[in-house]
Design a protein around this ligand. Sequence first.
Ligand code: AMP
Ligand code: ZN
Length: 463
Amino acid sequence: MTLELYNTLKRTKHIFKPIDPQNVRMYVCGPTVYDYAHIGNARPIIIFDLLFRVLRNYYGPEHITYARNITDVDDKINKRAEEKNISIYQLTEQTIEQFHQDISALNVLRPTVEPKATDHITQMKIMIECLEEKGHAYVAEDHVLFHVPSMENYGKLSGRSIDEMQAGARVEVAPYKKDPMDFVLWKPSKEGEPSWPSPCNINTSGRPGWHIECSAMAAEHLGENFDIHGGGIDLVFPHHENEIAQSTCAHGNADTTEQMANVWMHNGFLQVEGEKMSKSLGNFITIYDTLQDWPGEAVRLTMLQTQYRQPINWTAKGLSESKKQLDKWYSVLKTEETDKQDHDTAICSEVLSALHDDLNTPKAISHLHSLYKHAFEGSKEAAHTLKVSAQLMGLLDQKPEHWFAWKPSRTSLNEAQIAELIIARNAARKNKDFAEADRIRDELIDMGIVLKDGPEGTTWSVS
Ligand code: AMP
Ligand code: ZN
């Protein structure tokens, strides 16, 4: 069975051929650690965790190197530490700890390496000096800038024209830039900002720009040319375009060298009412808050219900449906006690081929559902196959008792929301729309709320 992946760089799906099947290498841009991660940030984490699992299954777990970085030097971090009156180190360490807790509840595996930007400043400086020596970068007012016109085929990932890129970049055009598209590799730090001795004979101390961080960390852990580079679709331009520019220009002749990574993969947006979930729009919900109301596995399944390149509309209804689906699946595993039998069971070939088709998770899930039906009808074999096939997707990995023991956190209950749902249910009952009334009651049950209808009206309690 082959593995096909969509490559943003080629705009088509191709059979994946690793550079070295003994060491398949993948880099994914990780979080900037200044605040709780939101549920949109969880999408690339879950998607590339799934790909990591599929690659481990195909090539063998010891033959995959997965690097997912942590950006722990950034202006947003400085600002937040100042607001909270804590040190930058305290803020980044707390945020990293929270991030790890959040994503482990989503059953995300630890990557092989999780490099931090601040541990790679030397490698960044070496790369910056190399770019300057080769004429791809220049010093201006204590900054080092990448000179975009020095690279002939800049823009091939996003496929945009220079005009479009200029409009899209929305970068402030500083007077010292030779070209409006030039971007920062290194910048001076003000008093109190994190700083290191600068490269390129600059006397003041400074700090790296964001893009160079990933180029340096990817080269350090995966080499100059590696297999897969991933992230959300918003990273195509300028972040990934600039990573390609820096890495190919530093490591060889940009016009003749292989690209930094052979396959570039990007997940679509997680949306709320048609808009990208983002901190700046204020329409976000954190992973942490979501996990107060929903089991992590239901969040993971909801994320996988949509193929990763499509936009996903995030709703409580979607989460509730996933939770019900998992209730069903776990109910047929209840009677299965032996791990040995699981060990002897093969992953369903239809599930595997769906995942090998550019991670077609909706199709894989529909096969899991067929397996569930057979298991429900009494097939023990189907129950085992369901379990091992779902496990490849990071699902059905816990004991059924554990799954059924999960309860929403009481502290997160939103009384106003409950009251609203009770009013909506009563209105539905008055209109004799009993299906809708039952649906609302079930939604409340999923939130851990039981209703009691009495002569005084409807009251609720935590189940
Ligand atoms: P940021 O914190 O904005 O740098 O994002 C970290 C990662 O999350 C990047 O790979 C982004 O592309 C991804 N990301 C951010 N918001 C969303 C969203 N609403 N949907 C999907 N991916 C997102
Ligand atoms: Zn990156």
